[in-house]
Design a protein around this ligand. Structure first.
Ligand SMILES: O=C(CO)[C@@H](O)[C@H](O)COP(=O)(O)O
Length: 237
């Protein structure tokens, strides 16, 4: 808890305080990299200017895919000092919060649809001094996330159906971003991040930014780019 309060006070890259007027942050999704060469992929994307490392944990139940879990994230933590943005696509996420906090995640995001008691998950993340993100799938109404906007540090709006990289951006999700930004502003919670994830590239990023998003997750676009610095720059709109 003390660590959490210190981060809130001092802000910096972890917290929106002081960076509200900055360009959007880029969180590089490691699902899109060559996992057999993850250390050099991380170094390259770090050098290219990515702000965070986005780590997609999938359990094969909440989503139809299995990606990686704690052993891989421990190695990621050792390979980089960038903030670790852990995205849990798993059922009943509270079971694993201690593990993902313990290995050094900075943000831990879970799915509203997967958590029987979302507030308990947020509280558990905060008890470790970590930032709590709550995510919704494209089909989930914004009204369902509203009760948690008072305590979450980030809202992740999925712009594709979660489970796989390389999908096409769903334009209907833009309205959700605007609605959430409006709700947060009305509550005076303008320092809460809105993150978007899925099909983010140099084109779709502009729409997301206009709608009010400030953290852009990108996998296939970033890791597939010849010039990674230019690709990162194109997302910092
Ligand atoms: O969470 C997910 C997919 O469920 C993402 O983080 C993807 O990894 C994004 O990949 P691209 O759409 O950018 O290729």
């Amino acid at each position: 808890m003390i660590c959490y309060i210190i981060k809130l006070i001092y802000g910096g890259i972890f917290c929106k305080k002081g960076v509200y007027d900055m360009k959007s942050l880029v969180s590089a999704s490691l699902l899109g990299c060559d996992l057999a060469d993850i250390r050099s992929e991380i170094k390259n994307i770090e050098k290219a200017g990515a702000d965070w490392l986005h780590c997609d944990v999938m359990d094969g139940c909440f989503v139809n895919n299995i990606s990686f879990g704690t052993p891989v994230l421990k190695c990621v933590r050792k390979a980089s000092d960038l903030p670790m943005d852990t995205h849990l696509m798993i059922n009943d996420p509270i079971r694993y919060i201690d593990d993902y906090a313990g290995l050094g995640s900075d943000y831990i995001t879970f799915h509203l649809e997967a958590a029987p008691d979302p507030q308990a998950v947020i509280d558990r993340i905060h008890s470790h001094g970590k930032f709590a993100g709550i995510s919704i799938k494209p089909a989930t109404p914004v009204s369902e996330v509203e009760p948690y906007l008072a305590t979450a540090d980030m809202v992740l709006v999925m712009t594709v159906v979660p489970g796989f990289g390389g999908q096409k951006f769903i334009p209907a999700t833009l309205e959700k971003i605007s609605e959430i930004r409006y709700m947060l502003d009305s509550m005076g919670r303008d320092k809460v991040f809105i993150e978007v994830d899925g099909g983010i590239n140099a084109e779709t990023v502009k729409f997301c930014r206009e709608a009010g998003a400030d953290v852009m997750v990108s996998g296939s676009y970033l890791f597939g780019a010849e010039d990674k610095s230019a690709a990162v720059k194109s997302l910092k709109v």
